[in-house]
Structure formats: structure tokens, C-alpha cells
Write a protein of this length. Structure first.
Length: 589
């Protein structure tokens, strides 16, 4: 254990001398107040330490002590429903010790030591086990069955295992390795946050993460184990999009990282999540959620660690075979923390003052996502999908964080302030967004959601793109200069925008749309367009067609309850034919 003394203090950066025996990324305790920090640079005997707490009042000559261990998180029963800060300190436990004002140097365990958990073994004495094998289970909440796994790197036979009520630090099983050494396995294991947890192999991203949000599922889907970026200016709806994904996405566990966002915004999340009813289980959404709150008014260095803390917890649940969705809000604030620490270390700045290694750090984070086969004899498949919000200043995505993110992620949901201003939500711009997973998931969609899914999707995209081109002409010469087929295209595109892409997150039915209903909605909009095209060719008037009353009913189809969807679809389809036929007859007379 290395000991030294402070030589210099510069904000969250402390330089200590006499630390020759310390290692990079060791956790250290700084000063008599035992503030927690991490070594991020070593020159000779001098160690640069980023301190995760307020450093005012520290001065040269105060002691620094290395723990000899990297920054690690505690993984075990008790994670779900917890609210942590950026380095996995439980905020409720800190409040119990120090009151509403967070004090410095408070040491509290991440997992509560006093709670008893009932452990039910699934392995038995004599079984051969390896890292990742499940020894037993703990019912953590009403909806999460916590699997107690053999820590990675351990191979041997189970010598003893007993059912009962245990604290997280109690031994529940003893594994004897090949050399005859006995290894105690507790309900809890530790893992360094900057190292990804191992797995057997990564699988192809060929299954979608169904979100129930039409613009996402139909036009720009994300794969299970995929990565997506949600950039957008202030007020464009980033937080609501992430709330919707947390609530409705086809994931078993949600990890929400409030990284550097405003304190009052994170307070809303902390107040709302416990009250949100999980539509899949009927319990509170918190029963399958882990929250990490490291707001803009909390220490800047801990913001940098919060991203790694969150993804390590998410990987742990992925290893159990769960589908995990991680929301990072927002990676821009995390990059700003990197920029501040880089400036204090006097490193050569890159573009806009960000460090030159910004891109590689972002890649290290996003690359930990994926759908994988977990370790262990029993073949378990888990997925970790990462959705990162980006907050570019002034909504300008040419800035370095947005550009570095775009080079890594495969889904880009571009939130547009102009759409938000028109009250079109979700304000995802269909002309600038994209998903590179579409081709790999095409077979899944055609087999599961309907054989014509990909064809319907491409027709929708084509009409929206043609609308953008026609809008330019309309601006120059006016609507009257357009031919009847072109006017019909504009009407069809308007129907796609207003009836299909526009979705009300606060409406009890419209907030979530299953794939079957999304397909029927596409069929209605495109079916009406096709019938009108034929009617035009047979001499019908464009003015009569665009005023047909059935347009209103097609628009209200999205508010139909799921059980009545097919009947309503059949009625509307029949009515389309009847009204267009009537319009044609009227024209003939």
C-alpha cells in the first residue's frame, strides 16, 4: 500500500508525491477527510489523482494513501431499485448519515449489508463449475430473479452449498479448484469498472429491440445489443424519448445514468420513475431499474466515472441472460468532464478543447454493448443495448462529441427543434436520421411482423423523401403549379407524418403501438394512396379525393384499442373503397 503527500491542488485534480509504488487507476484516499480519488497519471513518484468529491480546503503536505485496488463496483442483490451517485455510493444511505447536504469523505457500502436475502441453490455439491455458471437464485424484487454466478476465472467443483437467508457478504458456496484450494463464493462480487466483463462470443445484431415507438420501430429500428445516439437541442424531447424507451422497450432491466444533466431534471426522473407503472408487470418501473444520478452540480470527476459504473452494472445483468437497456443522459456532459480533467493535466487540446483521445474513450464505452453468449456451461444469451443522448451546443451536430459518436453508433435519431416547435413529437427528423441495422434485421421483420414489412417501410421512406423535393418546388412556384399525382403524393406524405409518425407519449393507447398495429397503419395509409392513384388515372378529381371523410378515420385509427384493431381495419378498408367509388361516380356525372 503506497503512501504519499499532496504537492498541488487544482480543482478536482490533486498531485501527490512519494507514490512510486502505486499503480494506474488505483483508488486512493486523500487527506485526513479520506476523500475518494483515482490515479489517472504517474510521472516518476508523482501521481495525478482525480478526486470524486469537493476538494476545497485541501492543501500541500496532507496525506494520500493508495488502496492498491482499481475503482470497482459491488455486484449482487440490492442493485435493483437503488439510486447511486457516479461511483456507486447509495444516495439514500449517504442522506441517512449526513442529512440533505452531502458531506465529504462519507464511507458507506454500495450494497446494504443488513438485508437478508433468501438464497435458493440450483447447483449441488460435486457439480463441476466454471466462471459464469449459476449456483442459485435470489428473488430480488417481484419481477427480477437475481442469479448468483461463479465469478469469472474460477474453475472447480462445488464442495458445499446451502439454502438459507444470507447477507451479501456471507459465503453461500465453497468451490474447490484444480489445485485443491477452497474459494468462498458470496452473494456479492466486485468488478473493476474500466474493464468489460468477459463473455463467450458476440452474436449478430439481427433481432430488434421493440420499443412501441412507430418512428423508431418502423423507420429507424435499433437491434438488441445495438447502440444508438439521440442528439438534439434544448427542448426537442431527448429526455421524454429516453423515458419512453425505459418504460416500453423490450428489455428486462433498465439502467438509467443521469450524467451531468441539470439537478432539477434528474429530480424529475427520480420522482417519476417510482410512480411509473411498468406496463409489462403492473409493478413500479423501479422494480427493474437501477438509477445513477451524477448531476451538473455534483463533482465533475465523478461524472466521468458514472458512465463506467452504469455499464458495468448493466453487463452484470446481461451475464445473467437478461436483455438490458442502458440510457446515458447525456454523453456530452461526460465529454465536458473529460475536457476539464484534460485541461487540468495540461494535455495538448484537440478540437474545441476536447482531449485528443475523446473518440477512443467514446468507442471503449459503446463497444461494451452487444448481444452475447454468456460464460458458463449452460448456454445463456444476454443483450446490452446502449442509447446515449447527445446535447450539442445550439443543436449543432458538427461539434466534436456528436461527430465522434456518429463514427461509432449505428443508429442516429436526429431530434429536430423545428419539428418540436410545430409540436410534432417524437421530433425525430426522418430525412437526417438513419439505422444501419435495417438490412441485418430485414428477415426477422418479414418473418415476424409480416412478409411485406420491409416493402411497406421503403415505400413510406420514398414518399417522405419525395415530399421534401416537392416542398422545394412549392416554395418556388406554389401549390397550383403541381400536377394532380404530385399533389396526391404530398397528401399521402402528410398522412404519414400526422397519422403515423406523430405519437402521443401521454395518451393511454397511442403511447405504445405493437408491430402488428404498426403494419396495419402502414397498409391503411398506403392503401388509401394506391386507390386514389388508380381513381386519378380513371378521371377522378384530386380536390374530391383529398376531402374524403375517411381521411379522418384513418388518422384516428392509432387511438383504437389493440383488441378492436382488426375489426376497425376491415371497416376502414371497406369504407375507403366505397368512398373512392362514390367520388369517381360523382366526377362521371
Amino acid at each position: 500500500m503506497s503512501k504519499g503527500v499532496i504537492r498541488k491542488v487544482a480543482g478536482p485534480l490533486v498531485i501527490a508525491e512519494g507514490m512510486r509504488d502505486a499503480n494506474m487507476f488505483d483508488v486512493v484516499r486523500v487527506s485526513e477527510q479520506r476523500l475518494i480519488g483515482e490515479i489517472i497519471e504517474i510521472h516518476g513518484g508523482d501521481a495525478s489523482i482525480q478526486v470524486y468529491e469537493e476538494t476545497s480546503g485541501l492543501g500541500p503536505g496532507e496525506p494520500v494513501e493508495s488502496t492498491g485496488e482499481p475503482l470497482s463496483v459491488e455486484l449482487g442483490p440490492g442493485l435493483i431499485s437503488s439510486i447511486y451517485d457516479g461511483i456507486q455510493r447509495p444516495l439514500d444511505a449517504i442522506m441517512a448519515v449526513s442529512g440533505n447536504s452531502l458531506q465529504r469523505g462519507v464511507e458507506v457500502p454500495s450494497l446494504k449489508r443488513e438485508i437478508l436475502w433468501h438464497f435458493a441453490p440450483t447447483a449441488k455439491a460435486g457439480d463441476s463449475v466454471t466462471g459464469g455458471d449459476v449456483l442459485g437464485t435470489v428473488q430480488e424484487t417481484e419481477v427480477v430473479l437475481h442469479k448468483i454466478m461463479v465469478p469469472p476465472g474460477i474453475v472447480g467443483k462445488v464442495k458445499s452449498i446451502t439454502e438459507g437467508d444470507y447477507h451479501v457478504t456471507d459465503t453461500v458456496a465453497i468451490v474447490e479448484d484444480e489445485n485443491g484450494a477452497e474459494i468462498s463464493v458470496t452473494l456479492m462480487q466486485k468488478w473493476p469498472v474500466r474493464r468489460g466483463r468477459p463473455y463467450q462470443k458476440k452474436l449478430s445484431p439481427d433481432r430488434p429491440l421493440i420499443t412501441g415507438q412507430r418512428v423508431i420501430d418502423t423507420l429507424f429500428p435499433i437491434a438488441k445489443g445495438g447502440v444508438a445516439a439521440v442528439p438534439g437541442p434544448f427542448g426537442s424531447g431527448k429526455t421524454v424519448v429516453q423515458h419512453q424507451l425505459a418504460k416500453w422497450a423490450d428489455a428486462d432491466i433498465v439502467v438509467y445514468i443521469g450524467c451531468g444533466e441539470r439537478g432539477n431534471e434528474m429530480t424529475d426522473v427520480l420522482n417519476e420513475f417510482p410512480e411509473l407503472v411498468d406496463p409489462k408487470t403492473g409493478y413500479s418501473l423501479m422494480k427493474r431499474t437501477v438509477l445513477i444520478a451524477n448531476t451538473s452540480d455534483m463533482p465533475v470527476a465523478a461524472r466521468e466515472a458514472s458512465i463506467y459504473t452504469g455499464i458495468t452494472i448493466a453487463e452484470y445483468f446481461r451475464d445473467m441472460g437478461y436483455s438490458v437497456a442502458l440510457m446515458a443522459d447525456s454523453t456530452s456532459r461526460w465529454a465536458e468532464a473529460l475536457r476539464e480533467m484534460s485541461g487540468r493535466l495540461e494535455e495538448m487540446p484537440g478540437e474545441e478543447g476536447y482531449p485528443a483521445y475523446l473518440g477512443s474513450r467514446l468507442a471503449q464505452f459503446y463497444e461494451r454493448a452487444g448481444r452475447v453468449t454468456a460464460l458458463g456451461h449452460e448456454s445463456r444469451e444476454g443483450a446490452l443495448s446502449v442509447i446515449g443522448a447527445v446535447s450539442p451546443p445550439g443543436g449543432d451536430i458538427s461539434e466534436p462529441v456528436s461527430q465522434a459518436t456518429l463514427r461509432i453508433v449505428k443508429v442516429f435519431w436526429s431530434l429536430d427543434s423545428a419539428l418540436a416547435y410545430k409540436r410534432h413529437f417524437p421530433a425525430v427528423n426522418w430525412l437526417t436520421s438513419y439505422s444501419l441495422y435495417v438490412d441485418t434485421m430485414a428477415d426477422w421483420f418479414n418473418q415476424t411482423a409480416g412478409g411485406d414489412w420491409m416493402e411497406l417501410r421503403s415505400r413510406l421512406m420514398r414518399l417522405l423523401q419525395e415530399e421534401a423535393e416537392l416542398e422545394e418546388i412549392v416554395k418556388l412556384v406554389g401549390m397550383d403549379a403541381l400536377s394532380a399525382p404530385d399533389r396526391l403524393k404530398l397528401e399521402a406524405a402528410r398522412s404519414i407524418r400526422e397519422d403515423f409518425l406523430h405519437q402521443d407519449a401521454f395518451h393511454e393507447v397511442d403511447t405504445y403501438t405493437p408491430l402488428m398495429k404498426q403494419r396495419l397503419m402502414m397498409l391503411l395509409v398506403l392503401g388509401f394512396y394506391d386507390r386514389c392513384v388508380k381513381a386519378l388515372e380513371q378521371g377522378a378529381s384530386i380536390d374530391e379525393l383529398v376531402k374524403l371523410p375517411i381521411r379522418e378515420r384513418i388518422g384516428r385509427f392509432k387511438y383504437t384499442h389493440d383488441e378492436a384493431v382488426e375489426d376497425e381495419f376491415a371497416q376502414i378498408a371497406a369504407e375507403i373503397d366505397a368512398e373512392i367509388a362514390a367520388a369517381q361516380q360523382k366526377e362521371e356525372f
